[in-house]
Design a protein around this ligand. Sequence first.
Ligand code: G3H
Ligand code: 13P
Ligand code: NA
Ligand code: ZN
Length: 328
Amino acid sequence: ALISLRQLLDHAAEHGYGVPAFNVNNLEQMRAIMEAADRTDSPVIVQASAGARKYAGAPFLRHLILAAIEEFPHIPVVMHQDHGTSPAVCQRSIQLGFSSVMMDGSLKDDGKTPADYDYNVDVTRRTVEMAHACGVSVEGELGCLGSLETGQAGEEDGVGAEGTLSHDQLLTDPEEAAAFVAATHVDALAIAIGTSHGAYKFTRPPTGDTLSIARIRQIHERIPNTHLVMHGSSSVPQEWLEIINEHGGRIPETYGVPVEEIVEGIKHGVRKVNIDTDLRLASTGAVRRFLAHNPAEFDPRKYLKETVAAMRDVCVARFEAFGTAGNA
Ligand code: G3H
Ligand code: 13P
Ligand code: NA
Ligand code: ZN
């Protein structure tokens, strides 16, 4: 059944678990997520970015998610729009039937230039007014996502600020977060606490202080009724990097956010955990390995089936680690 983000995260807060929000662009990702949810009895957040809409087309994306709900009627599903760049984009998603939208007013509508606080409040407040009138939840974002190690926002072609960010910009201010929530009434707030988008988050193996858990705790204490969201939460599994590189790939050494640190964040108020890169790595590794071992195969179903299995295993692991399992 389709449910709103607010409904799901209120339940998650009450029971102390987190929910991975997986990005979806195609049938294989959708199947992987739902099969994992079915196996672990987990509620689901599927999110579609502007890039996903461009790739699959809005009607295909919409029906892909509706098809998942039809095939798995016992699984609660939130249909969420990731990184909306304007109230108009969010309005379009509401019309399409999404039960939750993200208005990312931390950046201007080019998705690159850091926006000022007043702009962020204005676009977010207007989106909340529109969405809440339709029973749709809203996620906002305050602060600029970026790696505490590199000061970089991540992905070159995706959402994220350009240039190097200062330490100040990289951590959401708790007082400003409280004022922002009071002014906008968002249901969930994405905060900057050290994560960045994409596969290139950290250049060195993590030593346990990738995230600022102290900052998560301070923000949660200040706005306990607002569900916290962590973007850029892929763990960049080293085993998948190896499989890719052993079968013709060439991805340089890189590290993500350790699952144990995300679990620590969940203990301090993080409820929605955005993951895209990990499924991209698993599916690419699965295709490379299958084709390297089966050079005469040419039926796409053969190698795409491998991607479903690979992505499903990642989803199962996250549902179990975040405590989502058993809560459908
Ligand atoms: O926030 C970024 C997500 O990973 C979506 O990426 O814009 O390439 O679809 P995308
Ligand atoms: P990753 O690139 O770490 O998977 O983050 C995805 C994300 O934040 C989508 O909004
Ligand atoms: Na989002
Ligand atoms: Zn994001």
